[in-house]
Design a protein around this ligand. Sequence first.
Ligand SMILES: *Cc1c(COP(=O)(O)O)cnc(C)c1O
Length: 464
Amino acid sequence: MSRVAHPAGPRHADVLPAGYPPPVPADLNALDPAIWPRTARRSGGALVLGGVSVHALAAQFGTPLFACDEADFRSRCREFHEAFGAGAGVSYAAKAFCCQAVLRWVTEEGLGVDVCTGGELEVALRAGVAAEMITLHGSNKLPAELERALAAGVGHIVADSFEEIGRLASLAGPAGTGRRPRILVRVTTGVEAATHEYVATAHDDQKFGFSLTSGAADEAVRRVLASPGLDFAGLHSHIGSQIYDTAGFEVAAHRVIELAVRIRDEHGIGIEELNLGGGFGIAYTAGDDPADVRVIAASLRNIVESACRGAGLARPRMSVEPGRAIAGPGTVTLYEVGTVKDVDGLRTYVSVDGGMSDNIRTALYDADYTCVLASRESGAPPMLSRIVGRHCESGDIVVRDTYLPADVAAGDLIAVAATGAYCRSMASNYNHVTRPPVVAVRDGAARVMLRRETTDDLLRLDAG
Ligand SMILES: *Cc1c(COP(=O)(O)O)cnc(C)c1O
């Protein structure tokens, strides 16, 4: 069968958006080091990660699978740790990807762990993460989760509502567990971060945190300070995700420090800790240009230092909570091609053995990804393609627009880059598809961190 190499012809010009088709990459076999894991290379044509070929991975573990480059993951932990320096706190936001092995890597590299549910907390405790290195987040922490966190002695709890401060006050202290948890008050700064810009919103129209503009944040601090069982540690702000510049952080830090000034004036105390959250962006495609972590760290330090100096405040201990920037770039998803369907004059649909159940981000956020033919190199001309899954939804798209060599065929392996964050952790069992395994690769060896789910696993939940 012959395929049209570049099929966006005039027949469908009316349905194609402006700027379509996207530019053709110079080399379809190349692995852009800004996008692919740090150990990624080709050997004998095939993609190799952590010294393990995709053929070996597919043969041993099946597809689809997530392959996680341990060296890449650990090096990003170290870079955050070094860039923010001694005295700063860096915690990995476990919601990006959470399993015991990676939480052990994180703590071995000197980072703390952020969790936002009892489930993530149990994984961290089971992994042996020291309780004082754990921070509990969440906009509606269940009473049982608060009790578990207090009993375990987690390092910080980030308070997100008045009800929660009340619950914590009664659970902590002499009448409850007897532990005096360190509380950060999460403030909503009115800064809404987007990918390349930030929008300063007049109204803090979101569910997280206490509004600065309404005075709720000041009141939350008052209530924490008035609760003898609670230890007020400082303030927390998280402005969003996949942020490329530090302008949003700057505005947020200034607003939080204005609150710190009011706290000093009203209560005569400084804030010990200032947590600026996560949200540091990564490169998914060649057009993405995230800032270097050292640049981000230096810039955040300067912002906090100058804002505190200007306000005559002692500089608090600064902390950050990267999730995506640590877990995202080092993992790729490996799929096997099942069908290749030419929609004449428009594009070619390349259907793989996974889809929206292992990567919902394309459907959910219109996310862009980069993929390559991973099982071999090819000199065939570029073919405008859409990588789709096997679910019963036309929106089941993994990579919306990409170019693959025109000879791609059933049985080929496709790798999608930068799928380590918010893919396996958001995976579902839609269509009773079982969730893929996550395999760590390092120095030529592969080890399962999360095994593949089986249909028996799913049927175990079915009461019959
Ligand atoms: C999600 C989240 C993070 C991590 O965000 P990334 O974009 O993955 O870095 C950090 N802190 C809080 C409070 C979050 O909700």
